[in-house]
Design a protein around this ligand. Structure first.
Ligand code: NAD
Ligand code: MG
Length: 399
């Protein structure tokens, strides 16, 4: 049965950077989109503000104390939104029969279970939470195929690749004539920083991205280029392309969001200002096009587009991610977990910037990464990798 307007949207990670961009697009099209549920970790004031503005049926806080505080604020504001709490509630709003579209914008492994619940329930899923796919690759895509869910990437590069590939490419690979995927990367804030200076960079410097304004975890991932590494893994699973055919291209201006190189020598690209509302609007309305609020691209203003090879020596996280994808099995899940722990430790001042890659490498060197075929097994690998990464962090910690 075709979906009726307005589409009912569940937004997981509503208080974050992608959450804000999504709500901005939605608010421009009230006849098309209505908010069914908003979910977040514990940012009570922000979620209360969003509930008063968008009047969702449900608001979910992972944290119990935060849920209680939110109930109080909403009662005082005479808002009829029902407040739920905990992980089970996240899965419920992501798979509720009333939901048409789920925007998966929780950061990190915490997003896996609710995103998978949305996929299994056959929802239209807009994926920002790349960590969920990186952790569970085959399991996630098998769930997509089993339910027939429509999965749309809103990571800007993957949305660009999606727009540049033949329709339904993953299922009809051979007919496509695709040679390579060219995954662009801005290179982050430390593209030209001297290697010895990298030893002392601060979290604030790492989070000051030259092109994009994003949450702190993905900002650090961009600075180490682990973000591009996990995007290689993300592209592999979304489009079914093996890693040797996914090439990272440094493009500091952040205008070409990625490209597809075809065997006849044609290269198709998607360009635009670096504004996440563009991929979000594209995925929400596809195959239609709607206004996103982003400014039109002024090529005269941009003037120059440049491209460079990535420096794998300066950015060891990029090689670690390629190696994890090639190793397969549960190694990408371990890579992701170790990275999340190492980035959190760097943001808290427990380890230096260059120790992030060391912690991940040392974690992956520990043996016994059994294959993970179920959600429970993936979460076991995640927990083991976090435990080992914490040991490695303690060994390298400042205090
Ligand atoms: P953010 O830190 O700004 O927001 C994260 C959101 O997740 C918040 O709403 C937070 O409350 C919620 N959250 C965190 N932990 C949670 C938990 N345990 N349970 C429930 N909710 C939880 O992050 P962001 O920059 O919006 O990124 C979100 C995701 O989108 C990440 O996976 C990131 O890699 C991806 N992404 C972001 C951008 C961007 O421009 N920000 C671009 C591409 C992809
Ligand atoms: Mg991206």
């Amino acid at each position: 049965m075709p979906m009726a307007f307005p589409r009912q949207i569940t937004l997981l990670g509503a208080t974050g950077s992608i959450g804000a961009s999504t709500l901005d697009v939605i608010s421009r099209h009230p006849e098309r989109y209505s908010v069914f549920a908003l979910a977040a970790h514990r940012a009570v004031d922000r979620l209360a503000e969003l509930c008063l503005r968008f009047s969702p049926r449900y608001a979910v806080m992972l944290d119990m104390g935060a849920a209680k505080a939110l109930r109080g604020l909403l009662q005082a504001g005479h808002c009829a939104t029902t407040v739920l709490e905990g992980e089970q509630a996240l899965r419920e709003v992501a798979s509720a029969p009333e939901t048409d579209v789920v925007v998966a914008a929780i950061v990190g492994a915490a997003g896996l279970a609710p995103t998978l619940a949305a996929v299994t329930a056959g929802k239209k899923v807009l994926l920002a939470n790349k960590e969920a796919l990186v952790m569970s690759g085959q399991l996630f895509m098998d769930a997509v195929d089993a339910s027939g869910c429509c999965l749309y990437p809103i990571d800007s590069e993957h949305n660009a690749i999606f727009q540049s590939l033949p329709k339904d490419f993953r299922r009809h690979q051979k007919a496509g004539g695709v040679r390579r995927i060219l995954l662009t990367a801005s290179g982050g804030p430390f593209r030209n920083t001297l290697p010895e200076r990298l030893e002392t960079v601060t979290p604030e410097e790492a989070c000051a991205h030259p092109v994009w304004s994003m949450g702190r975890k993905i900002s650090v991932d961009s600075a180490t280029m682990m973000n591009k590494g996990v995007e290689v893994i993300e592209a592999h699973w979304l489009f079914g392309v093996p890693s040797p055919r996914i090439e990272v291209v440094i493009h500091p201006q952040g205008i070409v969001h990625s490209m597809v190189d075809y065997i006849d020598g044609s290269v198709l690209a998607q360009l635009g200002n670096p504004d996440m509302r563009i991929p979000i609007a594209n995925a929400l309305a596809w195959p239609e096009r709607i206004e996103s609020g982003a400014n039109a691209l002024d090529l005269f203003d941009v003037a120059t587009l440049s491209f460079e090879r990535p420096d794998f020596g300066r950015f060891p996280c990029l090689s670690l991610a390629y190696r994890a994808l090639e190793a397969g099995g549960s190694i990408p899940a371990a890579l992701n977990a170790a990275n999340e722990e190492a980035v959190a430790a760097f943001l808290d001042g427990r380890i230096g910037f260059c120790r992030i890659a060391d912690v991940i490498a040392a974690t992956l060197e520990r043996k016994g990464w059994a294959d993970a075929k179920t959600l429970e097994e993936v979460l076991e690998v995640d927990a083991r990798a976090r435990g080992l990464a914490r040991e490695e962090i303690r060994k390298r910690g400042a205090a």
